[in-house]
Write a protein that binds this ligand. Structure first.
Ligand code: UDP
Ligand code: MG
Length: 316
């Protein structure tokens, strides 16, 4: 494995890209314009084309023609940004790797600060969003709710605004290969690895061009993935609720028997019966759903399909 060109270590910059033709040339220029001599590293830019349909592939080839430090993988179909990050990190040859988005929301100008933390011996350096520019309050509110929920259920320490811009040391990259999970959260997976972690804060910029590919449905999927991959609490909560209902039912039954035979009040009421029936069957269905979430992920993992399929690789 070649970790350096000559004596200068290489920093891999992994960029997942789905329909980012307009943003990639700007991103490349901004990365190239960094003072690499001062950082004491050279870079390779690994763009993972998540089966874009807008000419992103041609743009990357154009960049490659100018600069052989630009490398690319193209997926055979759209596998999502987490698969793209994973593929890029697995292909990266650098002594460390940075992941950042193609849409310039994560300013590459933070890279020197990340590299400085890495030099201090940190295996993982998170760039944590301070403010979020150009996002509606609805987006911020839902993100907030998901993070609180995830933090409570998985007991993982997460920055409240999340982190999707980070640097990983070579040792962490190798460790990450050992956890080939699917339907999970890459950020949580990295956190779980341990190592010396530190973070610095930056301002997430508004998207330069195009639009976000995150939908509410995708966010919900990620949140459930995250909870199911790193927490058994939902199953425990199911057991607790089941127990509670059983105890309540038992107490109510004793109450009815005593009332019937001691106070001789006749048992009455469809209404109470139906409401109990509706509540218990509703709770049971929810519980089955929770079990299903765990079950299908287990089934999906057992099939051992690859997490992504590479259609073409250039420079890697
Ligand atoms: N992305 C990807 N595949 C997808 C969706 C997004 O590779 O299916 C990339 C996208 O090109 C961008 C990064 O993942 O570089 C973050 O995506 P986006 O900006 O849509 O997410 P947001 O910033 O809204 O969280
Ligand atoms: Mg974005």
């Amino acid at each position: 494995m070649s970790l350096s060109a000559g004596s200068v270590p290489i920093l891999s910059i992994v960029v997942p890209a789905y329909n980012e033709a307009e943003n990639l040339p700007v991103l490349y220029e901004r990365i190239r314009a960094l003072n690499w001599a001062e950082i004491g590293l050279d870079f390779e830019l690994v763009v993972v084309d998540d089966h874009s349909t807008d000419g992103t592939a041609a743009v990357i080839e154009g960049l490659r023609a100018r600069d052989s430090r630009v490398k690319t993988l193209r997926f055979s179909r759209n596998f999502g940004s987490h698969a793209a990050c994973t593929a890029g990190l697995e292909a990266a040859r650098g002594a460390a790797a940075v992941v950042l988005a193609a849409d310039l929301q994560d300013p590459p100008e933070i890279i020197p600060a990340l590299a400085a933390e890495w030099r201090k011996g940190r295996g993982i350096v998170w760039a944590v969003r301070g403010e979020r520019e150009g996002e509606t309050w609805q987006t911020r509110a839902t993100a907030r709710v998901f993070y609180v929920l995830i933090q409570y259920l998985t007991r993982m320490k997460m920055p409240p605004n999340g982190a999707d811009f980070f640097l990983l040391d070579r040792a962490v990259l190798e460790a990450l290969r050992l956890t080939p999970e699917r339907n999970t959260s890459l950020v949580a997976q990295i956190q779980w690895l341990g190592f010396e972690q530190s973070s610095l804060t930056y301002t997430k910029q508004a998207r330069a061009a195009g639009h976000s590919k995150w939908t509410l449905a995708k966010r919900i999927k990620l949140s459930i993935d995250w909870i199911v991959s790193f927490s058994y609490s939902p199953i425990r909560i199911m057991s607790a609720i089941g127990l509670l209902f059983a105890v309540l039912g038992f107490i109510y039954a004793i109450f009815l028997v005593v009332r019937r035979f001691v106070f001789v009040v006749p048992v009455e009421g469809w209404t109470s019966l139906i409401s109990v029936l509706l509540i218990t069957s509703g709770v049971q269905l929810v519980m089955l759903g929770v079990l299903g979430e765990y079950l299908w992920r287990s089934f999906d993992a057992s099939r051992q399909r690859p997490r992504y399929i590479i259609e073409r690789r250039l420079g890697l």
